[in-house]
Design a protein around this ligand. Structure first.
Ligand code: THU
Length: 137
């Protein structure tokens, strides 16, 4: 699976976003080391705080299915009803959730939906992070 194929699955997932409050639709596609893909969208809530981001929807769905080994995630976002045209970086809470299950080299693919992909890693987006390894010391 190429990074662009994963981005296209994130664009597909974005169609499922439930975003009556922000009108900002996000899609994610999470690739396991075995090559399986779990998609997610953001799901908002009238309390605002109970909103779930697309990335966490994808992670929690995969973890519920027993997955623990992840290779990469693609994320796209933008105004609902319009094609993606800007990069959408993962929020801090999602970066920390990624850290729970992924190593430094976990790949994060962002795209403006123009056929190009910005490839970064978890350690680049969450340097000097806190994780379960810290609890074991
Ligand atoms: N959102 C995501 O789904 N992922 C991110 O990493 C950034 C923010 C969602 C949350 C909320 O539904 C909307 O985008 C606006 O913040």
């Amino acid at each position: 699976m190429t990074s662009l194929e994963l981005v296209n699955l994130a664009i597909e997932a974005r169609e499922h976003a439930y975003v009556p409050y922000s009108n900002f639709a996000v899609g994610a596609a999470l690739l396991t080391k075995e090559g399986k893909v779990y998609q997610g969208c953001n799901i908002e809530n009238s309390s605002y705080g109970a909103t779930n981001c697309a990335e966490r929807t994808a992670f929690f769905t995969a973890v519920y299915q027993g997955e623990r080994n992840f290779e990469a995630i693609a994320i796209v976002g933008g105004k609902a009803g319009e094609p993606v045209h800007e990069l959408c970086a993962p929020c801090g809470i999602c970066r920390q959730v990624m850290r729970e299950f992924c190593k430094d080299d976990f790949k994060i693919f962002l795209s403006k939906g123009d056929g190009t992909v910005l490839e970064t890693t978890l350690t680049q987006l969450l340097p000097l992070s806190f994780s379960k390894e810290d609890l074991e010391r």
